[in-house]
Design a protein around this ligand. Structure first.
Ligand SMILES: Cc1cc2nc3c(=O)[nH]c(=O)nc-3n(C[C@H](O)[C@H](O)[C@H](O)COP(=O)(O)OP(=O)(O)OC[C@H]3O[C@@H](n4cnc5c(N)ncnc54)[C@H](O)[C@@H]3O)c2cc1C
Length: 400
C-alpha cells in the first residue's frame, strides 16, 4: 500500500513541498509515495504582486505541473484536522464535507491580513491580501471617476507603513493617474503608528524609502493611529479627520486559522514552532511550512519571515523531509542563510538590499529590473517538465 503525503495549500510553500517530495521519491526510484495537494483552486496566486492592477492575471495554473509529476490534486478547503485518526476533513467544490487520510501532513495554508479592532474597519476598508479582495479594490478604484469631484474621492489612505503599505502607496500615484488622467490632483496618505518612515528597517533602506516617497508626493502621517473609519474617511486617535473614499488596510498578518485547532506551540503571529526538519513540536506526523512555520534560518538566531522568499525554501525542505521520513532517509535541516529584500517603489524605481542588516545594493531602475525579474519570473512555478521542476526543487540548490 502506498504511503500518503497530504499537503494543505497550493501557494508558494505548498506547491514546492509537492514538487520536492515527488523529487525525492524519483531520485530514490521509489514509487510507494502518493502525494496529494488539497486547496481551493489548482493554481498559485502571486500575492506579492497584489498591489499591481490587473490582479486577475496574477495566478499561475498548477494542474499541468502536478499531472507531469504524478501529484494528485484535490479541490477543497480544509476545515478540521484529526491528528489521532490522521484525517483531514474538508469542504469539496460541491460544498460537501468529506475527508482524506494521510501518513504525513504538511500544513501550507499561508496567512492573512489581521484587521485591527477599529470601529468601521470591516465595513469601510479595502485590502490587497487575497485575490478577491484585491479585485474588489481594483474595481472600486476604477469606479472613482464616476463619483462627484471631492477631496475624499481624490484621496487614498493606506493604513500601515510596512512593506505591503509602502509598495502599495508608491504604486498608487501612477495607478490613480491612469484612472483620473493627468489633470486631477490626487493624494496618497500613509497612516503609520511609528515615529519614522520604515522604522523597522536599516537606516539606508529608510532613507531610500523616504526619498522615493518625497519624490512621488506621498504624505506620511507618523505617530498616528486609526480610531475609526466611515464611508467618509478616517479619524485618527488625536482627532484628526482625513476625508477619503478609499481606505486600505495593510497592517498586521497572521498565520492561517487552520492551525488553531492543533495542540502545539505557536508564535505571536500564530505560526507553529517547528524543529529544524520543519516538524511541529509534539506532532510526529505533521510538518508546517511557509507562512505557517516559525523556523530558524541559521545558527545566528534569525527566524524565517512571512515572505515568499522564505516560503519557497521552507516548502522545498518540508516536502523533502516529509518524504524522507517515509522513505527511511535522513532529513535535511532547514537552512536559509541568505536574506535579501527587493522593494518596489512605484514610479521612482525600487530598492534592493542584502543581508539581515539590509545593506542597500541597488536603487531606482537597476533595482526595478531585478524586482520585475523576481516577481514576474523567479517566484512563478517551474515549467511542467519533470527534469526542470526537480532540478529547481532540490532544497540544496542555490535559490537567492
Ligand atoms: C500584498 C502583498 C505583498 C507581498 N509582498 C511580498 C514581497 O515583496 N516579497 C515577499 O517575499 N513576500 C511578499 N508577500 C508575502 C508572501 O506573499 C507570503 O509570504 C507568501 O505568499 C506565503 O506563501 P505560503 O505558501 O505560505 O502561503 P500563501 O501564498 O498564502 O498560500 C496559501 C495556500 O493555502 C490555501 N489555503 C488557505 N487556507 C486553506 C484551507 N483551509 N484549506 C486548503 N487550502 C487552504 C490558499 O488557497 C493558498 O493556496 C506579500 C504578501 C502580500 C499579501
Amino acid at each position: 500500500m502506498k504511503q500518503r503525503i497530504l499537503i494543505v495549500g497550493s501557494g508558494f510553500a505548498g506547491m514546492w513541498a509537492a514538487v520536492s517530495a515527488a523529487r525525492l521519491a524519483w531520485v530514490n526510484q521509489n514509487d510507494t509515495l502518493e502525494i496529494t495537494v488539497l486547496s481551493p483552486q489548482p493554481e498559485l496566486r502571486v500575492r506579492p504582486r497584489f498591489y499591481e492592477d490587473n490582479v486577475a492575471s496574477l495566478v499561475a495554473p498548477l494542474q499541468p505541473l502536478f499531472d507531469e509529476l504524478n501529484v494528485n490534486y484535490l479541490e477543497g478547503y480544509a476545515e478540521r484536522i484529526d491528528e489521532k485518526e490522521k484525517i483531514v476533513w474538508y469542504r469539496n467544490s460541491l460544498q460537501e464535507i468529506t475527508h482524506v487520510d494521510y501518513d504525513r501532513l504538511i500544513l501550507a495554508s499561508g496567512s492573512h491580513t489581521q484587521r485591527a479592532n477599529v470601529h468601521g474597519i470591516n465595513e469601510f476598508t479595502f485590502d490587497i491580501d487575497q485575490l478577491a479582495s484585491a479585485q474588489v479594490l481594483e474595481k472600486h478604484l476604477q469606479s472613482l471617476p464616476q463619483q462627484p469631484e471631492s477631496e475624499a474621492r481624490n484621496t487614498v489612505v493606506v493604513c500601515g507603513g510596512g512593506f505591503t503599505g509602502i509598495e502599495l502607496a508608491t504604486e498608487l500615484p501612477a495607478r490613480l493617474r491612469q484612472i483620473f488622467g493627468d489633470d486631477t490632483k490626487t493624494k496618497v496618505i500613509v497612516v503609520e503608528r511609528g515615529s519614522v518612515i520604515g522604522g523597522r528597517y536599516s537606516e539606508a533602506l529608510r532613507d531610500t524609502i523616504r526619498e522615493a516617497s518625497d519624490s512621488l508626493g506621498i504624505e506620511w502621517m507618523l505617530n498616528s493611529e486609526v480610531e475609526s473609519i466611515t464611508q467618509h474617511g478616517v479619524t485618527l486617535k488625536d482627532g484628526t479627520d482625513i476625508a477619503s473614499s478609499t481606505v486600505i488596510w495593510t497592517a498586521g498578518v497572521r498565520a492561517s486559522s487552520l492551525g488553531e485547532q492543533l495542540h502545539a506551540e505557536r508564535d505571536a503571529q500564530g505560526r507553529f514552532i517547528v524543529d529544524e526538519n520543519l516538524q511541529i513540536a509534539g506532532q510526529q506526523d505533521i510538518f508546517a511550512t511557509g507562512d505557517m512555520a516559525h523556523a530558524r534560518t541559521d545558527d545566528a538566531g534569525n527566524v524565517a519571515l512571512m515572505t515568499c522568499q522564505h516560503a519557497i525554501q521552507l516548502g522545498k525542505f518540508a516536502g523533502h523531509n516529509a518524504a524522507a521520513s517515509l522513505l527511511g532517509i535522513a532529513p535535511l535541516p532547514y537552512r536559509q542563510v541568505n536574506y535579501v529584500t527587493c522593494l518596489d517603489l512605484g514610479g521612482w524605481g525600487a530598492v534592493y538590499t542584502e543581508g539581515w542588516e539590509q545593506e542597500v545594493k541597488l536603487v531606482r531602475e537597476e533595482a526595478k529590473k531585478l524586482k520585475i525579474a523576481i516577481t514576474n519570473e523567479l517566484i512563478y512555478p517551474p515549467k511542467a517538465d519533470r527534469e526542470v521542476a526537480f532540478a529547481a526543487a532540490d532544497p540544496l540548490a542555490k535559490f537567492v
